[in-house]
Design a protein around this ligand. Structure first.
Ligand SMILES: Nc1ncnc2c1ncn2[C@@H]1O[C@H](COP(=O)(O)OP(=O)(O)OP(=O)(O)O)[C@@H](O)[C@H]1O
Ligand SMILES: [Mg+2]
Length: 146
């Protein structure tokens, strides 16, 4: 399954995140990939809101994992600074990836081999030929089709 959407402003990316957050189910893992500053955290803020998180979601770049209570617990990872699998083990990620909350992982492509098969991948890309604030968001679930 693949879905592509176009965002022309941060609030549109946030609204898309919110819609997905409202529909999120226990045990799901959302993997966000895309360049620095592309809008992964903007998406996450909306997602958290949709999930009923009332706390302000910040970028966890220096903490790797932030946990937020909501309709379901949200485990927000940013693995940009992870340098090896051991460091990832130290976060206790397996309990979360295989738990009953919802995981959202920024920079998931850096730990691709640790991500379960059934994860939902969301790729955010810029296209300056369209506009500075344009983002193409691709959502993909399950194994890629041949
Ligand atoms: N259509 C858009 N969708 C999302 N963000 C946008 C859009 N247009 C402009 N922006 C801006 O791009 C920036 C995205 O920042 P954000 O922190 O979400 O990026 P990120 O992908 O999480 O980066 P990092 O890899 O550093 O964590 C914000 O300043 C936001 O206002
Ligand atoms: Mg971010």
């Amino acid at each position: 399954m693949e879905e592509k959407i176009e965002s022309f402003a941060p609030n549109e990316t946030e609204a898309f995140g919110e819609k997905l957050g409202q529909a999120a189910q226990p045990g799901q893992i959302y993997c966000l990939s895309g360049d620095l500053g592309v809008g992964k955290t903007v998406f996450t803020k909306g997602f958290a809101k949709g999930l009923g998180v009332t706390e302000v979601v910040t970028s966890p770049t220096f903490t790797i994992l932030n946990e937020y209570p909501g309709r379901l617990p949200l485990y927000h990872f940013d693995v940009y600074r992870i340098s090896d699998e051991e460091e990832m083990d130290d976060t206790g990620y397996e309990d979360y990836f295989y738990g009953q909350g919802v995981c959202l992982v920024e920079w998931a492509e850096l730990i691709e081999n640790l991500i379960p098969q059934n994860a939902i991948w969301i790729t955010v890309e810029k296209d300056y030929t369209k506009s500075e604030d344009y983002r193409r968001i691709t959502l993909r679930q399950g194994a890629e089709e041949a």
